[in-house]
Write a protein that binds this ligand. Structure first.
Ligand code: GLC
Length: 404
């Protein structure tokens, strides 16, 4: 767990035949496509520009310290050379990904879909592309379960140490999806036991429908710390898979604020890229990650190994803490002063983190009356900092406070 809490920031990679359709990873079910109608994407999935070393370099330069690849998504297509199916890439695309991550010193994670819209024994339900077609004949989930367990065993015995596993997803009781599927369907208890047996140090998420090692809020920012370890998984533009015409990209400063906000509440950020059908991370995504990397270059220690602080941050600010360092992240830049309740007498030195320039304390008597240019006193115990008028030219300015 230590690496997870230390690293705080990872790359999620959604990639497969849906990247060729280029209109969201759920395209098969959104458009109720049959296997035959989906087959052209499988037939044309030959990513000639696939360069996992470049992906790993992009992740590392952005400040990410682990990377998680979709080995199989809901469409059932496998990116590795599974012996249990022919519905797979022409060559093993997982092995070079793992090797590239290791070469960059990144931890390795796998995403694996529990849902499978291609397997003939996966019972059709409300999520399934064939929900209206209602194909005849019984489907035996037990057969599918054996397949699922068999493939997970392949993934956890072929590529050395795997640090992280993201199963996706359980939806038992969801009436809109015909009651959904959950732990019994997947054989989650046995599956998790097998995973822990094969990879004793692996971290497994919470989507088997039974407790895992960390919880996974998705596409929203928790408004308060979540119980135990947690990691928010987020997209750059709302879609996980490459979505050509979707330009609803988040800004780099919003993405950094999401990272910082999460760490201030004890959580990680898993930020997604959806490479295109040729295997390239698109220029918009690459540029955003580079911007984030520029900020991380100067501010990494305000995130890495940091967690929540016991002090209440001023409005539009967040605190992250590691040992005797407290980091004040300013989401909006105030005029000249910021008041920090409860920190008077607790801080021995302060500086802007981007350039190590000193930030000085303003001493005011709490009983001091405001008068013209003289501001009034603050609540007893408040430490007031003197800020430059000009906001530092970084995505999120940070003041590093050295605690007594
Ligand atoms: C949701 C989406 C799925 C995506 C996953 C990522 O479950 O349905 O497409 O892969 O989130 O967290």
């Amino acid at each position: 767990m230590n690496w997870f809490v230390n690293d705080r920031f990872g790359m999620f990679v959604h990639w497969g035949p849906y990247s060729l359709a280029a209109r969201h990873e759920w395209v098969k079910t959104r458009e109720k496509l049959t296997d035959a109608q989906y087959q052209p994407y499988v037939d044309h999935f030959s990513p000639d520009l696939y360069d996992p070393a470049a992906w790993a370099r992009t992740a590392k330069a952005a400040g990410m310290r682990y990377a998680v690849l979709t080995t199989k998504h809901h469409d059932g297509f496998c990116l590795w050379d599974s012996e249990l199916t022919d519905y797979k890439a022409r060559r093993d695309l997982v092995e070079p990904f793992v090797a590239a991550c290791r070469a960059e010193g990144l931890r390795v994670g796998f995403y694996h879909s529990l849902i499978d819209w291609h397997h003939p024994e996966f019972p059709v339900d409300g999520t399934h592309p064939l929900r209206d077609a209602r194909p005849p004949g019984e489907r035996d989930i037990a057969v599918y379960r054996r397949y699922l367990h068999g493939q997970v065993r392949e993934l956890l015995t072929r590529y050395g140490t795997i640090d992280y596993l993201f199963f996706d997803f359980s939806y038992a009781g969801r009436s809109e999806w015909w009651g959904g599927k959950g732990p019994e369907d997947w054989g989650s208890k046995e599956l998790l036991a097998m995973v822990r047996d094969l990879q004793p140090d692996i971290l497994v998420n919470d989507r088997l429908g039974i407790p895992g090692d960390f919880v996974t809020p998705e596409q929203y920012q928790p408004s308060a710390p979540m119980p135990g370890l947690w990691e928010a998984c987020q997209t750059l533009n709302g879609s996980w898979g490459y979505d050509r015409d979707n330009l609803d990209y988040k800004s780099a400063d919003l993405l950094v604020r999401m990272l910082v906000d999460g760490v201030s509440k004890g959580g990680n950020l898993l930020l997604n890229v959806g490479p295109d059908g040729r295997g390239r991370i698109d220029p918009h995504a690459t540029a955003l990650l580079a911007e984030i990397g520029g900020w991380m270059e100067l501010h990494e220690r305000s995130v890495r190994g940091c967690g929540p602080a016991e002090y209440a941050a001023p409005a539009d600010c967040r605190y992250t803490r590691r040992g005797d360092r407290l980091y004040l992240h300013l989401f909006s830049w105030p005029l000249r002063h910021v008041h920090l309740p409860g920190l008077a007498g607790k801080v021995r030195y302060a500086q802007l983190l981007n350039d190590a320039s000193e930030i000085r304390f303003v001493r005011t008597d709490p009983d001091q009356e405001a008068q013209n240019t003289r501001m009034g006193g603050q609540e007893p115990g408040t430490l007031t900092l003197e800020l430059p008028v000009r906001r530092p030219d970084v995505l999120v300015p940070v003041v590093e406070l050295f605690l007594m």
